[in-house]
Write a protein that binds this ligand. Structure first.
Ligand code: FAD
Ligand code: SF4
Length: 525
């Protein structure tokens, strides 16, 4: 055998660089479902089904093209496993098939890249790591962008990308006269709510997916989440149908209500495309081009289209650049020295805080929550409680079907927990219950009062917000974007209100963290 092409669970693209010079007479593909990857974080059942089902469908597509695929399935019976880790299983196959070279596209996880390099080196083989052409911006290009800059600012990067790829450009100027329509993308629904929303395209599990579901139910019964509502796309054809459907039905309202929240509406006008995008069932260029086409055809307004393009061409590429620039040390940072475990309700949603319960319901039902649930409810609360940022990231990796290290780490540990001191986000995303009340209808049916920082019905968000600013005052005052918030804190300090808030915060934290167990204990429970 000449090349053994390693295809990882988030690399399901037969047009990737790994297949560039593929010759079915001398090359073969290697894929493996691996116990260690399924359990190194306590994975949501939907995440497991999504990855394994998409992998098996991809394997079958390759085989239909007469490509030889060595595939290791996990089964109900652990005794039939080929091994526990990538390294173990791959080693056996190297000995069996004796390839001259291993080929892989740059993995989306530093840890996996390192593992594969180790296996190759132990076997005395070259590992040809090829670029991941799925992205607009390669790590080297991002390095060039970062060179000499004191701060990495999304907006600067995003404008460069718009110009370079000629997206929403009118000559040298941005289409619509401005680069950014963020101001138009923050509406709430008002009392009447969003009305009937049909949500993203949903796919009934086929026979293959159902067999994976059975396996996951039997093999990982203790893992969080449930499978009853599993409806993600698991093939390229389905992913493309989902994209077309989003462009047709949801894109036009996407921008205006991008930050809005509503009871029992997990998706609203969001695309839910992150999971298929991240396993490469979809190409980001396809998403961007179709959205721009909708604008040009007069089917979607500029604030929606620019907002969607910014998320994909801007944020998605930016966080990947940050990941590769700062790894491996990036994940070790802990700006605020936070060390608390995650409260138990992050795994089962069992809390009387209405907003948190809603966010967790989405996560448990779909392995999904939209960005404001992630940032301004779950992330906000974890940060103000002082949760260990690594634990928050690991939780995120476990619970979301779209989580891959390169995108989860900068978002969870960086943007949300501000643990790297502001590389991704320019300030910590913390808020009182006031913000949540403005953007949702949750507070009206919650036992807490979003305005109260103290007292029996004090909203935990409001109490913990002032406590967070108070505790980290010295660090935060270096950040000019926090000036207004710290000025308000000063008022609370001068009036003496802060004493009662500190006391209340202590009680709130003890209550919310009671019963919280470190991640490892939960796995065994
Ligand atoms: P839409 O709102 O429809 O947005 C369109 C697309 O833009 C998304 O599909 C996604 O590909 C891209 N996008 C938007 N925001 C970001 C962002 N900040 N970073 C990267 N891509 C973005 N996204 C992931 O794909 N995987 C993760 O593991 C992940 N972890 C996150 C953790 C936290 C704490 C936060 C605050 C955000 C995280 N995000 C992550 C970003 C974002 O929340 C999700 O991409 C988005 O909610 C996915 O839903 P959607 O497909 O409906 O997105
Ligand atoms: Fe959440 Fe506080 Fe509103 Fe309750 S009152 S829903 S805890 S923000």
């Amino acid at each position: 055998m000449r090349n053994l092409i390693l295809v990882l669970g988030d690399q399901l693209d037969a047009n990737s660089a790994a297949f560039n010079d593929f010759d079915s007479d001398q090359d073969a593909v290697w894929m493996a479902e691996v116990e260690e990857e399924a359990t190194h974080v306590w994975c949501h059942k939907q995440r497991l089904v999504f990855f394994f089902s998409a992998m098996r469908h991809f394997r079958d597509e390759l085989r239909q093209k007469d490509i030889e695929v060595f595939y290791h399935e996990l089964s109900h019976d652990r005794r039939r496993d080929s091994g526990n880790s990538f390294a173990e299983i791959l080693n056996q196959d190297i000995n069996r098939h004796r390839p001259r070279q291993l080929v892989v596209v740059l993995p989306g996880d530093y840890r996996v890249k390192h593992q594969l390099q180790q296996v190759a080196s132990d076997a005395n083989l070259i590992l040809d790591v090829r670029p991941d052409d799925h992205f607009y911006c390669a790590p080297d290009e991002f390095e060039q962008f970062a060179k000499g800059r004191k701060r990495l600012v999304l907006e600067t990067f995003y404008r460069q990308m718009r110009k370079k790829h000629d997206i929403l450009m009118d000559g040298n100027k941005p289409v619509g006269g401005q680069w950014n329509f963020d101001e138009d993308n923050r509406d709430a629904f008002g009392k009447q709510g969003p009305g009937k929303i049909t949500g993203p395209h949903s796919f009934r599990p086929d026979e293959l997916t159902q067999s994976v579901m059975d396996m996951v139910r039997q093999r990982y019964p203790q893992h969080p989440g449930c499978l009853d509502k599993f409806d993600l796309p698991v093939t390229r054809r389905q992913a493309q149908a989902m994209l077309r459907d989003f462009i047709k039905r949801s894109l036009s309202d996407f921008g205006q209500y991008e930050d809005a929240l509503w009871t029992d509406e997990p998706f609203l006008y969001h695309s839910r495309l992150s999971a298929p995008l991240n396993v490469k069932l979809l190409d980001p260029r396809d998403c961007v081009d179709k959205a721009v086409q909708a604008f040009e055809d007069g089917d979607a307004p500029i604030n929606s289209v620019e907002g969607f393009v910014r998320q994909i061409l801007g944020w998605r590429e930016f966080v990947r650049g940050v990941y590769w620039k700062f790894m491996p040390g990036y994940g070790e940072q802990n700006e605020f020295g936070h060390d608390r475990p995650l409260p138990r309700f992050f795994w089962d949603g069992d809390t009387d805080m209405r907003c948190v319960h809603q966010s967790m319901q989405h996560v448990l039902d779909f392995g999904y929550a939209h960005h404001i649930h992630r940032l301004m409810i779950l992330g906000n609360l974890a940060l103000m409680l002082g949760v260990d940022p690594q634990a928050f990231h690991q939780w995120h990796m476990a619970m979301y079907s779209d989580a891959v290290d390169w995108v989860s780490l900068p978002n969870a540990l960086g943007m949300s927990q501000h643990a790297e001191g502001g590389i991704v986000g320019t300030k910590p995303y913390v808020s009182t219950g006031n913000y949540i009340n403005r953007m949702s209808n949750f507070c009206g049916s919650c036992p807490y009062n979003y305005q109260a920082a103290t007292g029996k019905d004090a909203c935990p968000f409001t109490t913990l917000y002032w406590d967070f600013l108070d505790r980290h005052h010295e660090q935060l005052k270096q950040n000019h974007r926090m000036a207004m918030q710290l000025k308000n804190l000063d008022r609370k300090r001068k009036s003496g209100d802060i004493e009662a808030i500190r006391k209340q915060a202590h009680q709130t934290k003890s209550r919310l963290l009671a019963g919280a167990k470190p991640h490892a204990d939960l796995i065994r429970s």
